[in-house]
Each structure stands twice: as C-alpha cells, then as structure tokens.
Design a protein around this ligand. Structure first.
Ligand SMILES: [Fe+2]
Ligand SMILES: [Fe+2]
Length: 365
C-alpha cells in the first residue's frame, strides 16, 4: 500500500467500543492478546464468535472500516422453555429485589463509612441460589438478562455463579458464603470510577483505560479500609489477573493469585461472555465453553475451570437445542475431551459435534 492509500485507509477507520460492534462489520486492525497471539486479523468480517473472543480477552475497543452496513445482522431470539415455568417467575422476583437491595448495600459501603452487613447481603444470594432449585439456575439466569446489564446486576450474577461453582468444587458452607461475597463485591471499585468515563459513548483514550483498570486497586482500598475479609479484598484486586501472567493490574502468575480471585475470574468472564447483545439474545453456553476450550484453559486455575465447564455442560444434558444448520435435537452425551462439542440426537440421526466442526449449537430451546 503506498502513502496516499494508507492515509485514505486510516481516514476510513472508526473506533468503536466492543458493545457497539455488530456481525458483518470489517475489522480495521490486527487484534492481539496480551500474550501477543493474533485473535483476529485486519480485514476480517466480524462474527458473533469474534466479538465474544474480544470479550474473552477484555479488548475494550477496536477500529472498524467506516463504510460498514448500519443495519447489521439481527439474530432472532428464542425464549428458553424455563421462561414459562413458575420457578422462573419466582427467581425473577427474587433477583429484582436482590439487585435493588445490593444497589443500596454497595453504595453504602462506598459512600458512607459503613462496613456493610456481609451476612445480610449473603442471605439474598442464598435465596436466589435456591429459588428454582429443581431447575437449572444458570439457564434461568441466562434468560432474565437484559443487554443494558449494569454493575449491580453483574455483581449479583457473579455472586450467584461463584456460589454455584464453590459448591461444585466441594467448598464448605462457610467457604461458599465467602466465595459468593467475593463475587458480589469484586467490581465495587467501579462505583468510584468517574461516571463520564463509564458512560462515555465512543472510544476511550489510553489514560481512560488506565483509570478503568484501576477499579481493581480502588476496590481493594475501599474494602481493606473497612477490615473486610482478606480474600474479599484480594478478589477485588486480582480478579483480572490470569494464571499465565497476562492479566492486570500486576501481571501476577498463578501461584501468587488468591484462589478466591481465581474463582471470581471465571464467574466474571462467563457472565460477561453470556451477556445479551444488542443484536442477539443470550449466547448458548456451549459457544462460550468452546471459546474457553479453543483459546486455551491455561489462563485459569486448571481444576476450577475444568470443573466449571464440565458441570455447566452436564447441567444441559437432555436439553433441546437448535444447530446452526437449523436442525433441532437433544443433547445425549457430553464429550469429556471437548466439552463444548457434545453429541446431539436429531430425530434418528446422531450428530457428534466433535466430528462435524462446521456445526455448532446456535440456540437452546
Ligand atoms: Fe472487574
Ligand atoms: Fe466484573
């Protein structure tokens, strides 16, 4: 490319936040992760999968070509069967009242000089975790999400996922409570971030990114000043650290990261990746699992991440799904080697997604 062409090309680029991206847009830059591996190349047509990968690697904004279609693909949304159950309605009621209560509790901790009643806050999470105990709590959670998820709903979601994961890992009742509270308070530092930056439309400057990343240190300061349990403080500080040293704020290696923070890291990224987007409903859990598997599990605690992905997949055993070629079927087998690619019975056909790489679960029914 000669010089004038380069200029023209740069002129046509537009920087967009991840939330503004749509499938169909053309990527205007190479995207690397912190380990310097290429995630997506310049010129690639954005897909839902690439956008979710950007989420996985915490990429906040990217350049796209300016002349992209304004109305990009809108993927029709299908409501899961859980939405019509009595349990789901109870869960939704409890969830709404919890988010309201947590909004007040978290603001009190940040603005007034109160320690916060940890046991009281935990009661809400516990009620929620047992609200639909006969149904799949993760599936209910996936279906009540709105795409304008805020810090408070994210806090409740992460607390709930931590609660579930801690139980799967065989934690004691006391440890389950601690893990839930680590999840609930992990992003408390965000409430101290200037709202002009949090709500700023369009791209952030490097300085603004640095301020956002500082929510970890700020959260640690707020909590430790109140004498709150050290694991809770550490989870606020270290939930963006990754076991391979590619996280922030300090780039710690796995052996230096608090094990509660490692648990929160998984719950945090799972919640962010399954989020509803403006152009589609919530992502299928198997697509999320596939991204974890494709991108490598080494960034997370091995035992925690394998238990998490396996148990999430197991909870969808016998679930009805639609594949990306339109066929519908039932999940009949979870392949331990590739958890994100189970075996589906479609009528009289058995479809093993490990063998048919072009196929994937597009929707849960
Ligand atoms: Fe965070
Ligand atoms: Fe978070």
């Amino acid at each position: 490319m000669n010089a004038p062409e380069t200029e023209k090309w740069v002129e046509n680029l537009k920087s967009l936040r991840r939330e503004e991206l749509r499938p169909g847009m053309i990527l205007g830059q190479d995207i690397y992760n912190l380990g310097n591996q290429l995630i997506a190349a310049r010129g690639a047509v954005l897909t839902d999968n690439i956008i979710t990968k950007l989420q996985y690697y915490s990429v906040l904004c990217v350049y796209v070509e300016e002349d992209v279609p304004a109305e990009a693909a809108v993927i029709p949304e299908v409501h899961s069967w859980v939405v019509d159950t009595k349990e789901f309605h109870e869960f939704q009621k409890q969830y709404d009242s919890d988010v309201e209560a947590f909004r007040n509790d978290l603001n009190d901790i940040v603005e007034k000089n109160v320690k916060g009643d940890i046991d009281h806050m935990y009661e809400g999470v516990q009620k929620l975790a047992s609200a639909g105990n006969s149904l799949n709590v993760l599936e209910m959670m996936r279906n009540l999400r709105k795409y304008d998820d805020c810090t408070y709903t994210h806090a409740v979601n992460v607390a709930l996922i931590c609660n579930i994961l801690a139980r799967w890992l065989g934690f004691t009742e006391q440890e389950v409570e601690l893990a839930s509270m680590c999840g609930l308070l992990h992003d408390i530092g965000k409430l101290k971030m200037p709202s002009e930056i949090i709500k700023k439309p369009g791209p952030l400057t490097d300085e603004e990114y640095a301020i956002i990343k500082n929510h970890t240190i700020e959260g640690y300061r707020i909590l430790s000043a109140k004498g709150i349990d050290q694991h809770i403080c550490n989870s606020a500080l270290m939930h963006h650290e990754r076991c391979d040293g590619t996280g922030y704020p300090y780039g710690l290696n796995g052996n230096r990261i608090d094990h509660y923070a490692k648990l929160v890291a998984i719950a945090d990224i799972y919640d962010a990746m399954t989020a509803r987007r403006v152009y589609r409903g919530p992502l299928s859990p198997f697509e999320v699992i596939q991204i974890f598997e494709d991108e490598g599990l080494y960034r997370y605690d091995t035992q925690y991440i394998i238990t998490f992905l396996q148990r999430v997949a197991d909870s969808y055993m016998n679930a009805q799904v639609r594949l990306n070629d339109g066929r519908e079927g039932t999940i009949i087998y979870i392949n331990r080697q590739e958890i994100g690619r189970p075996t589906i019975q479609c009528g009289s056909m058995i479809v093993d997604l490990r063998r048919e790489k072009g196929l994937k679960i597009a929707q849960m029914l």
